[in-house]
Design a binder for this molecule. Structure first.
Ligand code: SF4
Length: 487
């Protein structure tokens, strides 16, 4: 059996302990977030579509990990069978390292290797992936004419059925992977030795826990770090925090001696110690809508950016509005099951009703959202939302609002809270609505916003219904937060 694979090699480059844990104690891994699972699925879907660029190939994917040796032997046999022109997920193993190459195409007496990526840009990790694959292919004696990364072409506009040759573009990374061979060989030996250790290597927590990817063993490695440790602050970057930590500054009291008493770091540590949150109220109130708006609506947009365009006239990852919930004094007529109008929280705004529109069952109707939003938003002086995206840009892009109105129309609590340096330990890994609710009200409906998108694209009526309910719940939290901060 193999020792390393593409994913464990990449993990090992980030942290030797993460590699060891993955190989020996995978059950200690944190749960994958809904967003991570969706990303994984997206990669698989795009990979399958990419096969059509080189049609007629043999799929070498094993049904179970136990089939890897058999599939590797079959792959090698296929290399010398002139009948086989293309292989998908060809399995190769060299020096205890196993890879599955997305596409391998016969090219005269050599082979063209293609690795597919579901993004529109190439990153260092993709180049590292390719370098490992080249190392294994070279080790297996596969003569290559080229090694290419294939990724989504952002300029492609769907017109009829998907034209896969236009949807993807390719970049040769042959020079890079050849040049990196010695580097990969050295790392493969190093990482194999790590896996062979009788115990997990001693690796202190550090910046590598979040960089380049959040490590999924943080629940395990960080469990002895007190929940109120200054390592969970955000005012200083991780590099500086860990520098202090490794220099013996390992308690909040010691950290407070290192920073100015009125500094943001000191305020954050205070919030940690008192299990509360910190806001720079002076900045917050300076950002409050002035004059006080006569009418306020709360808007929750559900946007979808499919990697592969679904509708004619759209490009990869082009945004469409799948649904919106609008809650405000004029919204008495919910466009959904009336039972959903009943507030589960009983606050004032929720009692005023929530309008929900969606096109879950027929995405081609998505543009119907635009005139509806134009009409509905026109009743309000202020539109309050919470989104890491720039809602003004989205509304402008779809001509839902005009340039001159954005200044006072859209009030994004996400931006306002960032500007007012809002801090709570739960937001160390990003400000989300659920973390905000935990911080302000000590309670949270435990779901990620990405869950709504998964429900909304589930092709399942129950999923659609759940998505509508969740959109309303999120909007209620936005309303409650706005009232709490600016009432
Ligand atoms: S949490 Fe940090 S130290 Fe632990 S395995 Fe992951 S990267 Fe390594």
């Amino acid at each position: 059996m193999h020792i390393l694979s593409k994913s464990t090699y990449i993990k090992g480059l980030q942290c030797e302990k993460a590699l060891y844990m993955q190989k020996k104690h995978p059950y200690l891994r944190d749960k994958l977030s809904i967003e991570q699972r969706a990303k994984f699925q997206r990669g698989t879907d795009v990979g399958v579509l990419a096969h059509e660029v080189f049609p007629g190939g043999i799929d070498m994917s094993p049904n179970a990990p136990s089939q890897f040796p058999k599939k590797a032997a079959e792959t090698l046999a296929n290399l010398s069978n002139p009948e086989v022109k293309v292989m998908y997920e060809a399995v190769f193993q060299f020096n205890d390292t196993l890879i599955m190459l997305d596409i391998l195409v016969r090219d005269g007496d050599r082979w063209l290797a293609v690795e597919v990526k579901s993004s529109m840009r190439l990153s260092d990790t993709y180049y590292n992936d390719a370098a490992l694959q080249y190392y294994v292919l070279h080790g297996c004696g596969v003569p290559l004419s080229d090694f290419r990364l294939m990724y989504l072409n952002g300029d492609y506009v769907k017109d009829g059925s998907i034209d896969v040759k236009q949807l993807f573009k390719m970049e040769s990374v042959m020079d890079y992977v050849v040049e990196r061979k010695a580097f990969v060989a050295k790392n493969v030996e190093r990482l194999k030795a790590v896996v062979a250790l009788p115990h997990s290597p001693v690796v202190n927590i550090g910046t590598q826990c979040h960089n380049p990817y959040p490590c999924d063993f943080q629940g395990h490695c960080w469990k002895l770090i007190p929940k109120n440790s200054f390592l969970f602050t955000t005012a200083m970057d991780d590099e500086m925090l860990f520098q202090c930590y490794f220099n013996g500054v390992n308690t909040n009291a010691k950290m407070l001696q290192q920073v100015e008493p009125d500094s943001e770091e000191a305020h954050q540590i205070d919030a940690l110690e008192t299990n509360s949150y910190y806001i720079d109220y002076k900045t917050l109130y300076s950002l409050a809508p002035q004059p006080k708006p006569k009418s306020v609506a709360f808007l929750n947009l559900l946007l979808n950016r499919p990697a592969v365009p679904e509708l004619d006239g759209t490009r990869p990852y082009e945004e469409m509005i799948l649904a919106f919930a609008l809650q405000g004094e004029h919204e008495h007529d919910a466009a959904i099951d009336p039972s959903l109008r009943t507030s589960q929280r009983g606050d004032d705004m929720a009692a005023e009703g929530c309008f929900v529109w969606d096109c879950f069952e027929d995405h081609s109707r998505w543009k119907e959202a635009i005139p509806l939003l134009i009409e509905k938003l026109s009743h309000y002086e202020l539109i309050v939302c919470f989104t890491p995206q720039n809602l003004s840009t989205t509304l402008l892009r779809h001509e839902i609002i005009q340039n001159q109105t954005i200044g006072y129309k859209v009030f994004n609590l996400y931006d306002i809270l960032q500007e007012a340096r809002f801090y709570h330990p739960a937001i160390k890994r990003g400000l989300t609505l659920q973390r905000l609710e935990t911080a302000l009200f000590g309670e949270a409906k435990l779901f990620e916003h990405s869950r709504i998108l998964v429900e909304a694209t589930s092709n399942d009526l129950l999923g659609y219904q759940q998505a509508r309910e969740d959109l309303i719940i999120e909007n209620e939290i936005v309303a409650k937060t706005y009232q709490h901060l600016f009432k």
